[in-house]
Design a protein around this ligand. Structure first.
Ligand SMILES: Cc1ncc(COP(=O)(O)O)c(C=O)c1O
Length: 358
């Protein structure tokens, strides 16, 4: 068997959910499990949080149906709302909480024939300009939907563009715009993603929406997951499958992009870009072998990557490799690659077996 697996610690996810709840006593929290629970496996994550989470949030109806199949009662929030008219009836059957983010969606909702009213979350575009109504338009739709037969609760939701950069002026403006609407009668309010859950109590409202923090990665550039009390959930674990001694001037890998400046030992590792390890990871990106840091050397191949282990004489065939995880934060690898932990976690491909512990 190819020595590569994503080992997912479900107790870490439960711990991280509890951290979110502790940040905001008395509030409820949708565990954001879209994109296959950020690559961790939605079935297992929902099962692990079954008796703990107040609800779950997903990106589309297909994801919502998968969560509903595993959890009969939980509130399930459809973050982007419905994409087609036929989806409203299904959303009602599934008993979903529905974001309504545009006039087109609002019209489709009131034109739909649903078996039972839905909890509707009117989305305010408070400054991100991705989804949502402007304040004036939201007031209009609040009035129109208040007595619509398709609507049970009428709620308010918005999303931050820059909560991960602490003190950003846009965040303040977004909060102001959200608060300005609270003269309207809403049943529930939701604003906080992980960054806001962790550092902005004034944004906690009624329902939190923690995503990345559940998986033990940080939303911040300058605050680590460990400092935030989060436990990494996924360890991408491989092994050394070959060792080569190379002479000064010898190159390693595609494009001969890495050239030995000294007599070197190169370990070949069973993980490549077809597994989700980023191909653009530069030489020097940290890799953990036998618990010690070593630098990536040369280009990442489809199924393998190479590491300079010259300074780790104990490394041998079958040595354990951690690409990221409990001892090497995914955020550190992401930073070296010019991306964020979210992307690395959610892009681990289907061919990598997930193994569950905890
Ligand atoms: C609308 C919405 N709420 C909450 C989240 C969770 O954000 P985070 O993973 O930063 O906690 C996301 C994630 O992209 C989102 O799109």
């Amino acid at each position: 068997m190819r020595p590569l697996a994503a080992i997912v610690d479900l107790s870490a996810i439960a711990h991280n959910y509890a951290v979110a709840k502790r940040c905001a006593p008395g509030r409820q929290a949708f565990a954001v499990v879209k994109a296959d629970a950020y690559g961790h496996g939605v079935r297992e994550v929902v099962t692990a949080l079954h008796d703990i989470a107040d609800g779950f949030a997903v990106a589309c109806l297909e994801e919502a149906a998968e969560v509903r199949a595993m959890h009969g009662e939980a509130r399930i929030l459809l973050l982007e709302g419905c994409f087609e008219a036929s989806e409203y009836a299904i959303a009602a059957q599934l008993g979903l909480d529905l974001v309504v983010q545009s006039a087109a969606q609002a019209q489709a909702l009131i034109a739909s024939d649903v078996s039972r009213p839905l909890n509707v979350w009117l989305k305010l575009d408070s400054g991100m300009h991705r989804l949502g109504f402007g304040s004036a338009e939201l007031r209009l739709w609040h009035a129109r939907l208040q007595d619509a037969g398709q609507v049970a609760e009428l709620n308010l939701i918005s999303h931050f563009a820059c909560a991960d950069e602490r003190g950003h002026s846009l965040t303040e403006l977004q909060v102001e715009r959200f608060l300005d609407l609270l003269d309207l009668d809403f049943n529930q309010r939701s604003l906080a993603n992980s960054a806001a859950v962790l550092t902005m109590p004034a944004t906690h409202m009624d329902w939190l929406r923690p995503g990345i923090m559940l998986y033990g990665a940080t939303p911040f550039a300058e605050l680590s997951a460990r400092e935030l009390g989060l436990k990494p959930a996924m360890t991408l674990a491989a092994r050394v499958i070959a060792i080569h001694d190379v002479a000064v001037g010898d190159s390693v890998g595609y494009g001969a992009a890495w050239v030995a400046q000294r007599v070197s030992r190169i370990a070949t590792v069973s993980c490549g870009y077809a597994d989700g390890y980023p191909r653009n990871a530069p030489s020097g990106t940290p890799v953990l072998i036998d618990g010690q840091h070593a630098p990536l050397a040369g280009r990442v191949s489809m199924d393998m990557l190479t590491v300079d282990v010259t300074d780790l004489p104990g490394v041998a065939l079958d040595s354990a490799v951690e690409l990221w995880g409990s001892h090497l934060p995914v955020d550190e690898v992401a930073k070296a690659c010019g991306t964020i932990g979210y992307e690395l976690l959610s892009k681990v491909t289907a061919r990598v077996p997930r193994r569950y512990v905890g």
